[in-house]
Design a protein around this ligand. Sequence first.
Ligand SMILES: *Cc1c(COP(=O)(O)O)cnc(C)c1O
Length: 435
Amino acid sequence: MRRTVSAKLFKEAQAFFPGGVNSPVRAFRSVGGIPLFIERGDGCTIWDADGNRFTDFCGSWGPLILGHNHRKVREAIIRSAVRGTSFGAPTRLENELADLILSNNKFVEKIRFVSSGTEAVMSAIRLARGYTGRDKILKFEGCYHGHSDSLLVKAGSGLVTFGNTSSAGVPESFVNETIVVSLNSEKAVQQAFANFRNRIACVIIEPVPANNGLLIQDREFLQFLRAACTKNKTLLIFDEVISGFRTGFTGAAGYYNIQPDIITYGKIIGGGLPVGAYASSGKIMSKISPDGNVYQAGTLSGNPVAMSAGIAQLKECLKKDFYNRLENMTRVFAERLNSYAASKNYPFRVFHLSSIFWFAFTRREKVQSASDIDPSGMRLFNILYHEMLSRGIYFGPSGYEVGFISQAHTAAVLEKSAEKICDSLDACFASKKRK
Ligand SMILES: *Cc1c(COP(=O)(O)O)cnc(C)c1O
């Protein structure tokens, strides 16, 4: 497979951008090698700058639940763009997308659109602090909530810790307001509430943690969080930037039937354009400016072209059996790979929920917290990654990232991809044996 054009473009890019990229994982540092520069996408296929063709399981990291270049989304974008791209004034398109969401989601009453998942979470945290009058927030190790200061924090050692910054440039004093505990540990959460009585504004969790492997939680744990938050007058934030409109139209709140206090959205909501949102009850949202005293604003918030893409995409998601079909396709794909790995006795397992899946090099039945992940498996993933790439299968370039099935992945494509992945697994474990 020739990569000469990608290599040349990457070399040029190094002069323009730190690491040659505009978002770090894209640089392929985790798996090694040079990133593919993508020319075009259609359905579940992408083509790189050298003309190589791949079946895409990254889906732009989640937004493209209909696949690339979906006709209805593309036409909506064009229809909107020819009328002007931004006004900084309200448009009917914002009402339309909000209505589509709110009238089909019993967990939220009011919404505010922003331009990214990071911005949605940052705003939701400010709202929770403004509403409760408390400063501390509690997050879980292994959950990603975008790159705002108070969330770039990882656990220290111990059951309940203030985090350590996971980035330079985050002041120590910010980090001291963020408590970090392990996923799937009721004991740690109870301890945190005991240590910081009446001081925790919110507990934030990815209800389907999908940014550090796929760490599927038991419903009981999420129910426990709901009850603990209610008891302590702490707001429960579901960060549904990945799970929103993915595990069903009502996201993880609907999947588990648990009512959080605030929900954040991103990725799918914008149909491949930059949109984020946070939503809650009318009462909590009344704290947001201009109704209330929690300030939040955005020059391009509710951008008409992005709203149009979101409307077109979410209308497709609302069609009958949309999510059932995706979930069934994903299950068949994952089970096919799992039974192959089992027949070969490979320490490999595909975890999946709805149309999200994750390849783990493990023999564990369940992987539910960051510490359950064996980092030595990443070396194998990196071998597998390049074996898959050379067979025309594209994944996000890190073993900690999940894959996505879109509506454009047909049963035939998935079967063919599964065959190639099985061959890749054979090559991967054969190379391991040689060493
Ligand atoms: C992707 C993601 C974010 C950040 O969204 P951006 O649009 O990349 O800023 C936040 N939370 C979760 C759960 C995510 O998956």
